[in-house]
Design a protein around this ligand. Sequence first.
Ligand code: NAD
Ligand code: WQD
Length: 336
Amino acid sequence: MAVLVTGGAGYIGSHTAVALHDAGREGVIVDNFSNSSPKAVDAVRALTTDSMVMVEADMLDSEAVARVFKDHDIDEVIHFAAYKAVGESVDKPLDYYRNHLGSTIGLVAAMVEAGVSKLVFSSSCTVYGQPDVIPVTEAAPTGAESPYGWTKYMSEQILNDAAAAVDLDVVLLRYFNPVGAHESGTLGEDPNGIPNNLVPFVMQVAVGRLAKVMVFGGDYDTADGTAVRDYIHVVDLAEGHVAALDALAGEISGCTAVNLGTGVGHTVLDVVHAASAAVGSPIPYEVVGRRSGDIEKIYAHPAYAEEVLGWRSKRDLADMMRDHWNWQRQNPNGFR
Ligand code: NAD
Ligand code: WQD
């Protein structure tokens, strides 16, 4: 039996394909390479098995998706495939709604048709916006502030409704800020163009592709005035997906939302300093104005993940920066 990993050539999916193999499961990757490279699949195979199956297909192509279920003995699914740029979603909302809602609805229909009932879904802490209470628990109110965020909010609702109506059990994993890379340095994040996210930007400054880090906002109500996030090592996150599948194979049923974070908040300057320590030289930065749409502070309450999944993060910020740097240093241009 195998785990269908949609978006498995992407950043989190590729690390999860490795974690699945390490835990004794095998993935069947489906990806259209809209935001990834076949070389990521080569890297996954090099870390796991040459026989790891990769199907190049669009999750919106219902015939292709049905064929994957016919051709392979799938009994569990992890749905990563999506676009992920919050700013781009404001400019191209229909692309985001079509891809995210279309792929999720089509996938569930194909699962029902094939009699597959276990699904792990990539959601996001973005559904919390700026929570009133931090650390944020799964019971906090949800909503959205961008088309990207709405697609996650709506997908959660669709999956809740589907799980109540058909034979489907779902874990909605609300990720905080994934960073880091596989410890080998052969697999990591490879953003297109100038990175939007902090850590890829910092690391491209460290390899000389960019001149200096722009720190967005120095006047927040935080220890050093810069915004606070819950950065989580991508391998911890990947292991959280294995734990979610184990939980679905055991007690958990219906549709359950779970935070995947460390429970620790770090400021932007904490990250720049930790990256400088990993790199071994100071990374130049300048504090500039706030980025529109940014929140001041968020980090996870991680207790529910431990309770229902038996999972907690193991790696700290220094580990994240060491591994991200190891990847970036060995692959200054990513997979390109
Ligand atoms: P990524 O872009 O690296 O991976 C997504 C993969 O999905 C890519 O390989 C892309 O080619 C593929 N894809 C997109 N649309 C597809 C389609 N229609 N058919 C087939 N493949 C398709 O992104 P990631 O960081 O690995 O994110 C994975 C998931 O986690 C996404 O759902 C994202 O929204 C969610 N998420 C990411 C973050 C983050 O900060 N990285 C945080 C919270 C949630
Ligand atoms: C982190 C902090 C920036 C870049 C985004 C999505 C969220 C989720 C994770 C998908 C912020 C600051 C950044 C830079 C900076 N993704 N920053 N200079 O915004 O917390 O979350 O990714 O679900 O939905 O919104 O992550 O890495 O962009 O920013 O100072 O060049 O770093 O202002 O405070 P964010 P990020």
